[in-house]
Design a protein around this ligand. Structure first.
Ligand code: CA
Length: 234
């Protein structure tokens, strides 16, 4: 029996679809190609893939509609958006609707494969822990200890305000995944706080200053322009 991971690709452009399928096959994945939203949903139900690659510009259904139908299901399958649209609002909407990651066309094979590996790893980790949260996250010389509410960098404890720590904690728990501004604001300041991005930017600037982080060459936290932040995976 083959233990290859099954990846459903929903993409109407045949050239791109062939290119991705060849890359997946060459890297020990089993690709399954759908060329419309409806075909994608039908193959999803018949084959139960391990991961979905979803194009947003489809001929029949909007990709976001497909995403919302997949996210309404009890079975949580990781979804990576592949999109030619580089409009920030679309990416943010897709992430807020539960997509795990996105790549923007044109992308290289190695970038796509890296995103797939990281997303599958995260999904496996979540499955194994079954909701049990880890206590300690480590990125390079930085340790975020959630149980102890403690951040250690290079052997030295760094002090953060409560909200700064909450942001770090959130990024650490979701390490490798881009978190949108709204997601972070809602989790740190509450759903009805009406907070603006400005308060988040100020807190992030303080966090980076305390970590001696250079935003243009970060060690731990990457800015996804116009979208949010992503912490490096350990
Ligand atoms: Ca398309």
């Amino acid at each position: 029996m083959s233990d290859k991971r099954l990846i459903l690709l929903i993409e109407d452009d045949h050239a791109i679809s062939n290119f991705i399928c060849r890359a997946l096959t060459a890297n020990e994945y089993k690709p399954l190609a759908a060329f419309s939203g409806k075909e994608g949903l039908s193959l999803f139900f018949s084959h139960g893939p391990d991961l979905v690659l979803l194009d947003l510009g489809l001929p029949d259904l909007d990709g976001l509609e497909v995403l919302s139908q997949l996210r309404d299901l009890p079975r949580e399958v990781p979804i990576i958006i592949i999109s030619a649209r580089d409009r920030e609002s679309e990416k943010v909407r897709a992430l807020d609707m539960g997509a795990d990651d996105y790549v923007v066309k044109p992308f290289g094979v190695s970038e796509l494969l890296a995103r797939i590996r990281s997303t599958l790893r995260r999904a496996d980790r979540l499955k194994i822990s079954q909701g049990i949260q880890r206590d300690v996250y480590q990125v390079k010389d930085l340790t975020v200890n959630i149980a102890k509410h403690q951040v250690i960098q290079n052997g030295e404890e760094i002090h953060f305000t409560q909200n700064e720590f909450k942001i770090l904690e959130l990024l650490a728990i979701h390490a490798g995944k881009v978190l949108t501004y709204d997601f972070i604001l809602e989790h740190v300041w509450g759903p009805y706080s009406g907070s603006s991005n400005q308060i988040l930017r100020v807190n992030m600037a303080n966090i980076r200053r305390k970590l001696k982080e250079n935003p243009s060459a970060p060690n731990y936290i990457y800015t996804e322009l116009g979208i949010g932040y992503r912490m490096l995976e350990d």
